[in-house]
Design a protein around this ligand. Sequence first.
Ligand code: OXD
Ligand code: MN
Length: 630
Amino acid sequence: MGLEKWLNDRDVQKVEVLKNKKVIAVIEEFLSLCKPDKAVAIDDSPEDIDYVRQLSIDLGEEIKLEKEGHTVHYDSYFDQARDKANTRLLVPAAEKEKFGSHINTKDRDEGLEEVLRIMDGAMRGKIAIIRFFCLGPTNSRFSISALQITDSAYVAHSEDLLYRKGYEQFKRLEGSEDFFYLIHSAGELTDKNVTKNIDDRRIYIDLEEDRVLSVNNQYAGNSLGLKKLALRLAINKAVNEDWLTEHMFISAVHALGKERKTYFLGAFPSACGKTSTAMVPGNSIVGDDIAYLRINENGEIRAVNIESGIFGIIKDVSPEDDPEIYKSLTTPNETIFSNIQITDGRPYWLGMGDQAKIPETGINWTSSLLGEWEAGKKDDDGNELMFAHPNSRYTIRIEELDNCDEKLHNPDGVKVSGILYGGRDSDISVPFYETFSWNHGVVLGASVESETTSATLGKAGVRTHQPMANLDFIVVPLGKYLEAHFDFGRMVNKEHRPLIFSTNYFLKDENGKYYDAILDKKIWLLWAEARVHGEYDAIKTPIGYIPKYEDLVKLFKEAFNKDYNRERYEAEFSIRVQKLLDKVDRIETIFRSEQDVPNEFFEELEKQRKRLVEAKEKHGTDIIPPSRME
Ligand code: OXD
Ligand code: MN
């Protein structure tokens, strides 16, 4: 058959130069199956990248906006978030039990048969785009090469903003089969350019072949192979080797009034403040979503951002709360907005600041189903629709940001000195604390609970267990995943072991009001940065070390010129012992039902329980304010 059936001579050449049999076999297999009208192979040249950018506009997948470089893309009304139900790990039926209850599995033979059937002819009438990427800095021992084939120019264009070009990297593979491959088709489209057969949406992860097959979807969390789909493949690879793949930002906290900066990682479930923590004003950002972690010859943890862009939630990006991103989104540069309202070429999103200026008409995320937008439209159940979806996004390159960190492309990553874990928790945990040890930190991470948000389909506001904020993507048994974390900690040189902190930005008072303003997280980060350098004393509580009141007063004053009152401190930093004990019970029940959870985990959890019980007895109360523990 041969590549020339779909590619012109020049593009055949581009593929053949790679001298990679597996690349050719994958391309031939999936083009034969998906049956596009033609295909294009894209290399790293500016002409090829321009072609993809323009194709997306020509096909109507993106629409140009008023500002130079700005475009908008719409996903189907039914495809506005990650589709957990139809995202499945393909495993032999006999092994299903071993993967535990959190992984949505499907028998591999059945699943392949099904998805290949759905993909048969899915690219009819379309152009297949073949792209080569590098997950991580090029020429780095961290990085993984990835081949993407998609019939969506929006997907191929987004990936250009979000990932490093990898055609030259594929040449350096010298024929090796060690790469991921991601096949995507948006499937048949309606006249509004959105997926028609939404019920046949499938995202199947095949660890055996290091590949993901995704069909009948467009939302980037489902369609962009390099994002959450390759994340799953990398978690499997890392756990079976000796490194970690985490759902974490990487950011440098800059000490106030000093030259010093210190790198932190942070894991938060989707829509829980991860990007905004990475973007705190005054700090610099390496990445906001996915990190690969390895230990170097000095026993330090080093981390790279496998991405080079941000696919961020746009809701609540305002000049006050997210100044860096707001500035980037209102400046001419290459930016893809998705699922927001557009009126006269201008973008409008939820929480952008001045709500009064939102026009009543335009086009938006509902238009593919309901036509032109008019404020007051209702869904089938009679609920009023919002003018922009709460999970609307922006896609930008990190280099467009003024606060881009200079180490973004460093092949050896950055030294990790602190790790944060956080979730959306309205009533249990204090805003910030430091754990006692690496193992205590692993238990903290494994115990993250979070109230659901709009980043996945389904009901928002339900408390769910989100170990390491990575649960949606963990494709190995939980016990094995935790063991990898304990092992990793043992490999780190003691003097380079990062401190591990808990954050909770969502604690509410008895009237349901958040204790903290959005940017208050800067204070917790400054405290953590100083702790890494041994600078503050802290109060020892049953759950870890909390900041002292007078240090926070000073930090609020120096950073924001704001007062921080004692009453608020006493309330928000009170240890809610009974609720914490109930949580320990919940977590224990979950992990007891998993196979092969390391003993260290239960030992550490037991120590936590004991400290809480003793504190309760000692203080004779369920809620212990910090002044009682000083
Ligand atoms: C994301 C997510 O888009 O986690 O980063 O949903
Ligand atoms: Mn994410």
